[in-house]
Design a protein around this ligand. Structure first.
Ligand code: SF4
Length: 417
């Protein structure tokens, strides 16, 4: 390990990101489980400021999983879902009175994610923070990769979310070739001639081709075949042809409406959306005038909203959704983030992308000529806070889609157009 402040690779928006504190329209923690690691919990027991010590006694409780040092205790939230330690300016009173060294691991690092792969550490941030969403989505250059020096004395002090070491001879081919796969995926998403939808369809095609070889018995020839396919997907001539194919795919509105209905059904029956996301969903429903008893009319309104309000705006601002996708690949360590296999990792992303797009179509129908870049920021940060931070929702939705035969790349392709 080096003795100097570590230099990491990060998207350019991380150079200028700073928490905007009390000017933020949300707080980091509203409605979430705020975990306290064991070391911080012990430190809290030594606090001498009486007001804070009393608050800790009543508001910091051990979890059922106290054997896990990172998930040792949690903060009991206020009735409105906010953290009990926020002061009247919506700022953290622990940090205000004792400094950042008293923050738990979770609070210290949010919204950042630091991941180590072999000798390289990468830094991304979660778009659930509205300020991150503004920085990462609005600037055409936001996802240009750069190097940043971290404010830690050495690499040992970096609070990594995950750390992996592997070589190209690692027995699991997906892990062994993961860096090539993510680099090629990023190349496809950045291909200038594509809008986000074409890029995702071509990426789906690539995932389908690679998946044929991942479990092949002869690992050496499978590896060569995968590398050959990856090289093909960096050839601009091939990508241009693949993009034309993607544009020719017929849009299946009924599958898109099934997906939207599934989301509305699961979300509003089982989960408690925060007020900002609830408002987004209500505006979306009002925009499409969602009518469960007349799907054909709903489809027609959705089609009109897409072609009249959403598509022209999105064509003029292709970086907005592309930046969302690029950030997701990096932050979630695609394609090995959750070790669910290449297809599942892709389908998870494809379904979330399709949902965001559909919500945006509804918002565009609601806002009409006032539809703006700010709507992308609001939809994406509220979606991320409510859907991506909810550990149960996506597995439930993917299960529901599987029951309807929609949890595969072919179906995902029809939803993304
Ligand atoms: S959500 Fe982001 S900008 Fe808002 S308080 Fe948290 S870190 Fe700061």
């Amino acid at each position: 390990m080096g003795k100097h402040s570590p230099v990491v690779i990060a998207p350019a928006y991380m150079e200028s990101f700073q928490c905007i504190g009390s000017n933020c329209e949300e707080t980091c923690c509203k409605g979430w489980t705020i975990t306290i690691d064991k070391q911080t919990y012990k430190k809290y027991r030594t606090i001498e400021i009486r007001e804070l010590r009393d608050k800790i006694k009543t508001s910091v409780v051990l979890t059922e999983d106290a054997s896990n040092a990172d998930n040792y205790a949690k903060i009991k939230l206020e009735e409105d879902g906010s953290c009990s330690f926020l002061d009247d300016k919506k700022l953290c009173s622990i940090q205000g009175k004792l400094g950042a060294s008293y923050l738990s691991k979770t609070c210290h690092i949010y919204p950042r994610t630091l991941t180590r792969k072999n000798d390289e550490i990468s830094l991304y941030a979660s778009l659930s923070c509205p300020e991150v969403a503004r920085k990462a989505l609005l600037d055409v250059e936001a996802m240009r990769m750069t190097h940043i020096t971290l404010p830690y004395p050495n690499e040992n002090a970096v609070p990594l979310s995950t750390s992996m070491r592997y070589s190209e001879n690692y027995p699991d081919l997906l892990v062994a070739l993961s860096s090539y796969i993510v680099d090629t995926s990023s190349f496809v998403l950045r291909f200038p001639a594509y809008r986000s939808a074409e890029a995702m369809i071509v990426l789906g095609l690539m995932v389908q081709k690679l998946s044929q070889f991942l479990n092949a018995p002869d690992a050496e020839s499978a590896k060569n075949a995968i590398i050959e396919r990856l090289i093909q997907f960096t050839d601009p001539h091939f990508l241009t042809q693949a993009g034309e194919f993607a544009q020719g795919i017929t849009i299946d509105r009924s599958k898109q409406i099934i997906l939207l209905r599934g989301v509305l059904r699961i979300y509003f029956s089982k989960h408690q959306p925060h007020s900002s996301f609830k408002q987004v969903m209500l505006d979306m429903v009002a925009g499409i005038q969602f009518d469960d008893s007349d799907i054909e009319a709903t489809e027609k309104r959705y089609f009109e909203a897409d072609s009249k309000w959403f598509k022209p705006f999105d064509e003029a601002h292709p970086h907005l959704l592309k930046n969302y996708l690029l950030n997701d690949l990096g932050k979630n360590n695609f394609p090995i983030g959750k070790m669910r296999g290449l297809e599942t990792e892709f389908i998870d992303l494809a379904v979330r992308y399709s949902l965001i797009k559909m919500i945006l179509v509804g918002i565009a129908a609601f806002k009409k000529e006032n539809f703006s870049e700010q709507d992308y920021v609001t939809v994406i940060y509220t979606f991320s806070r409510n859907i991506e931070h909810n550990l149960k929702f996506m597995p439930e939705l993917l299960e529901l889609l599987a029951e309807d035969g929609l949890s595969n790349i072919a179906a995902a392709t029809l939803m993304m157009r």
